[in-house]
Design a protein around this ligand. Structure first.
Ligand code: NOJ
Length: 473
């Protein structure tokens, strides 16, 4: 393995999200979220499963803490359930039981010398806000800002790393274009752009609030977690493949990273592709990609670090402009293929390409002005028969972390932390419990939801302890 040296203060973490682990979906005053609603509709999720109980972390938090300690993590990334804190989504009514729960989690982490990293929004909008238009409605931005400020005020004395929104591209596209995530809309070619826009506005408002009201006292940092695969041309020398690859990067990472880190606006190639497709299909209304108005909070510069979720890579070629309906696929006009040399993890979308992460990190360094980067998610799925001795996942983590080390040492990328997805097996959205991403296995058939360390968890703990004791491998 590559000489595996990380900065002494490197953040070694694991991540989870509220809906995926907490359960307790309607106890102690929590309001329903769009995922509660979505899962309770037939046919939405694998086996009609839901997160009503999940890992029951609402009751079993102390078990999670033991897992965290066993791994030797320095950081733990969790998300707050907006509807557990503010059942109808507004600060008119605060659920004190929810506040108590997260206070305990944060205090226990700090007592154990683990820094909490909190995501404010990880896919689970309060249903009450969805009923008023959800992320499609412009008013959502100030409601999110109120919620964020409530959290900064209540927990910001102890939480120093904040993520406003997790994977806005996934929320926008899977939730509002493809309809496979809550709220299950399939308004192709329009809604996702509007949702993404309002998410950026919401993020920027919250960042500005933190910056002007809380930063000087609390001294924390705020960002937005962006997902991206690494994309490269199917044929390196082919101009059409190169252009298609640029479009994929623009429509995934650039959609959100360009406004925040580069120009305050969307990537030009994204807008021109969308507008050209509108013209081609005779859609004559205003651009489907909204614009930022002058009086809105400026978007540019609203991230104190770069938060990246990376899982896999793709080779790219043009799709051939064959789409007859308005949709993102048609706007993007790319086709993504897997290299035959890439092994597949449990899930068909998750080809194992550790060096794709190194390339993506270098791209982020060069494109977004060498930001401090936290890899806020990275992981490997298991499906089918349970394997506690998960040799393939051990190799995945070793290889991927080794690529992160190379990015730091050889490419000079300023990587500050790495978070494995996930601390434990949990509710994998539309795939329910059929897919396992945990460093701990959770036995969902047992009322105690007992947690068992996978071999990969043991390996990850070793990597952390070696790195922290300054040894190389
Ligand atoms: C990204 C999401 O943030 C997380 O919720 C999900 O479970 C993982 N990817 C794996 O798909």
């Amino acid at each position: 393995m590559h000489k595996n040296m990380f900065p002494r203060d490197f953040a070694w973490g694991a991540a989870t999200s509220a809906y995926q682990i907490e359960g307790g979906w309607q106890v102690d005053g929590k309001g329903p979220s769009i995922w509660d609603t979505f899962c309770h509709e037939k046919g939405r999720v694998f086996g009609d499963q839901n997160g009503d109980v999940a890992c029951n972390s609402y009751e079993l938090w102390e078990k999670d803490l033991e897992c965290i300690q066993q791994l030797g993590l320095t950081h733990y990334r969790l998300s707050f359930s907006w509807a557990r804190l503010l059942p109808d989504g507004t600060t008119q009514h605060v659920n004190q039981k929810g506040v108590q729960y997260y206070n305990k989690v944060i205090d226990d982490l700090l007592t154990s010398n683990v820094s909490p990293v909190v995501t404010l929004y990880h896919f689970d909008l309060p249903q009450a806000l969805q009923d008023q238009g959800g992320w499609k409605s412009p008013g959502i931005a100030s409601l999110f800002d109120n919620y964020a400020q409530f959290c900064f005020q209540t927990f910001g004395d102890r939480v120093k790393l904040w993520i406003t929104i997790n994977e806005p591209q996934v929320c926008a596209k899977l939730g509002h274009e493809d309809g496979i995530h809550a709220p299950g809309l399939k308004e192709k070619g329009t809604a996702a752009y509007l949702v993404g826009h309002n998410m950026l506005r919401a993020h920027a408002m919250a960042w500005h609030s933190y910056n002007s009201r809380y930063r000087s006292e609390q001294k924390g940092a705020v960002s937005i977690a962006l997902n991206s695969d690494w994309y490269e041309p199917l044929n390196q020398g082919c101009p059409e493949d190169i252009a298609a690859t640029e479009r994929d990067l623009a429509f995934t990472l650039g959609w959100f990273a360009w406004p925040v880190f580069v120009t305050g606006d969307y990537p030009e190639i994204m807008r021109s592709a969308i507008d050209a497709q509108s013209r081609k299909l005779g859609y004559n209304a205003a651009s489907r990609l909204p614009s930022f108005s002058k009086d809105e909070s400026a978007i540019l510069g609203t991230a104190d670090f770069f938060a990246l979720n990376y899982y896999t890579s793709r080779k790219v070629k043009p799709r051939g402009g064959c789409e007859k309906m308005l949709c993102i696929k048609g706007d993007q006009d790319t086709e993504e293929v897997l290299d035959s040399s890439w092994p597949i993890s449990g899930l068909s979308w998750l080809a194992v390409v550790p060096d794709g992460l190194r390339k993506l990190l270098k791209y982020i360094k060069d494109t977004f002005n060498n930001p401090a980067i936290y890899i806020t998610e990275n992981g490997f799925s298991q499906v089918g028969p349970l394997q506690i001795e998960d040799a393939q996942r051990c190799v995945y983590y070793k290889d991927t972390i080794s690529e992160v080390a190379k990015a730091i040492q050889e490419d000079g990328v300023n990587v500050r932390g790495y978070f494995a997805w996930s601390l434990m097996d949990n509710f994998e959205w539309a795939d329910g419990f059929s897919v396992r991403f945990g460093l701990f296995h959770v036995d969902f058939s047992d009322l105690k939801q007992s947690r068992t360390l996978y071999q990969s968890g043991r390996e990850y703990a070793k990597i952390i302890s070696k790195s922290r004791s300054g040894q190389s491998k």
